[in-house]
Design a protein around this ligand. Sequence first.
Ligand code: UD1
Length: 337
Amino acid sequence: MKILVAGGAGYIGSHTIVELYKSGHTVVAVDNLYNAKLKSIKNVEKILKRPVPFYKIDCTDKKRLEKVFAKEKLDAVIMFQGYKAVGESVKKPIAYYRNNIDSALTIIELMDKYNVHNIMFSSSATVYGKNAKSPIKEDSDALKLNDITSPYGETKAMIEKILVDKANADKKFKVVLLRYFNPVGAHDSGLIGEDPNGTPNNLMPYIAKVATGKLPYLKVYGDDYKTKDGTGVRDYIHVVDLALGHVAALKCYKNKKKNTFIYNLGTGKGTSVLDLVKAYEKATGRKVKYKIVERRAGDVDRLYCDPKKAKTELGWDAKYDIVDMCRTSYNFEINNK
Ligand code: UD1
């Protein structure tokens, strides 16, 4: 298939482009480079030893994006584009709603106009809200509570809804919603990985900066959660496994019986903050200093998925373990000083 990858220069988009080409597909990448660098596309080209068509375009810019739809004969679109910082979304909700929803609507309208019917969306476990009981299944009752904790999370849920409504109205339109748990790690080459602007908010990139001496210590947000060591438990998934999940999900487009598909992409294994610290030390031989501090507002005890549906229906499951995730994160960090 020829696939438009919106947000292709970003962390998950860039890894997915690599795996799409490796599986015989071709890609056209677009990105406004707001939270990504052109270097990541150049490095994807190095990994693949081939050029990757790239357009620096903001997906809310319909005129410019339309030129891509008019020129390229696309079979599908994968939407990775969008702002993604949870804390920032609380401070700038309107920017999040405008950018994330507008870019999705623009893409869907252009798909309609140019007869592209297959879409895959980068959703998140955040759509389950704070009361979901782990292991979480795709049809979790928690979805009905709609107790999502940030505008970022709301945009994920709204775009899911927009896509499902469109699929209900137009049977040709095939929608795949992929709900990611906590993507971490980097490509084995060390050429692409997570490169957040400023001080990281998420755990793994923060640990990487502590292990390499760029930050003094990790603040562990609370050790009084109802978990085995008191620290928060999450379902960390290696970004290459996640990328392969997208490749596996392309087979949904061949399904003649239905046109909406939803899958969790996670390992189904819970890892605590202190487990991750220990795994990082083991994988890298570097010390990760930490201090226990107050809980972070909005955090929950534990969040991990039931990954069976993706395994049964897509034949996909995660292969990398937590030590691989730490090793590749560190490798990327020291390669990108
Ligand atoms: C958050 C978002 C999720 C998003 C993900 C990006 C919510 C509820 N969660 O997940 O939607 O997809 O980021 O990967 O919107 N921690 C520390 N110290 C730190 C940073 C984190 O102790 O400096 C702890 C947290 O308390 C938590 C765990 O590490 O227990 C993971 O936190 P983080 O990496 O920020 O991810 P989530 O909050 O799970």
